[in-house]
Design a protein around this ligand. Sequence first.
Ligand code: GAP
Length: 465
Amino acid sequence: MSAPNIETIVSLAKRRGFVFPASEIYGGLGSSWDYGSLGVELANNIKQSWWRWLVYERDDIEALDSSIIQNRLVWKYSGHETTFSDPLVDCRACKGRFRQDKLQDVECPNEPSVCAGSRKECDLTEAREFNLMFRTTVGAVAADDDETALAYLRPETAQGIFINFANVLNTSRRKLPFGIAQIGKSFRNEVTPGNFIFRTREFEQMEMEYFCRPEDAPQIHQEFIDGFQSWFHSIGISAENLKLYEQSKEELAHYAERTVDILYRFFPERSDENAQFDELMGIANRTDFDLKTHSKKPEDAEGKRLNSDSTEDLSYFDEAKKERFYPYVIEPAAGVNRTVLAVLMDAYTEKTNQKGETRVILKLKPALAPVKVAVLPLAKNKPEIVALASQIKKDLQHAMRAVYDDTGGIGKLYARQDEIGTPFCVTVDHESLEDQTVTVRDRDTWEQERVKITELKNYLQKRLS
Ligand code: GAP
């Protein structure tokens, strides 16, 4: 099974310390979230898995960590200043403000609804374009609206990669095809954020721009579409909750030749099967638009430079073919936060114990689990048992994320670890003092096995891998 809805995960996340509402003690801030201890570990494990699979296990990917705040011209020539906007409408009746293209997804903000709960009843204004980039000013400026100091928080990590193409190419001495990967925060002043960490104004992206010859782009694109589906399966997302969506010609961004989204079943409670799915990541063939638009050389029909500010030409010279051209770009772009949500929803399971009580088990893949092993003393009033359990935790902590917990009875401690997805619990009891063995309990089967303390680390490492 997986979670019946996002609310189930919101409640688990808050109860167990994965994610909290941001600025909560001041009434919150629309759709901002803070990650607690377990959320930090889970997100880090997802990012590490992505990085290992994409960067370490291939030979053709470089890394980058570019600035969040760049020269404003980056966003002029990328097109974001003029086109990165959503159509905004206001309702004269309920005073709500909505994205015109997402009206079917939102409820009337008034309680009780003045629009009969349906946007169809709304008295809407004409749509106007609302730019999603957060504005800021750089340096000590005289006025907040000083246009010469205007800058933006990046709305995607991708542009930082394009503008560093020549730096990476020259320093790495790469030949096509190769990619540049980056993980980092992005910011969008979304009109209608919501659904927990699904759509927020501050979020994290895992993006890679793969540069190749134009004629190779379609095949490479397809390979990444297939590859990322496999990666999502490898981190525990079941095939029945994933599907592909081919963007229609009308939906494609102006620079894209083909874009395929990987969708996850974020809304299983919806009756319409199609409406249950929404975007987890996009994989686009962006053609040569990005490198061309940031280059100084391309000219229009009258011989006028299309980019009069760039100091660099981001074309590529193919030595073997003695040919200069602008590489095509294949871009797999995923959201860290949406992946956290999908992983939590997919891992969510309920199981009934012998007393008929329902227990939550997060069946996370061991590699993603925030805690790999919890060491629990059976009797916390027995100093020898406590000391042995603490020592075992210390011995394990170099090899894996281990915690010690003695804050409840053993049943409660097991339940707590099941609920946060800890694959193994190690229990130290009276017998352990005599025969130097401990009980290892499996999260998914609740089966228990006696293991020698001297063999514990190897035993756990083997079962975790
Ligand atoms: N460079 C391409 C790009 O940014 P995108 O489809 O706009 O493409 C990529 O974003 C991914 O980033 C999305 O598939 C989603 O997972 C995540 N994402 C985008 N906007 C988001 C938001 N407001 N909140 C959370 N995640 C978001």
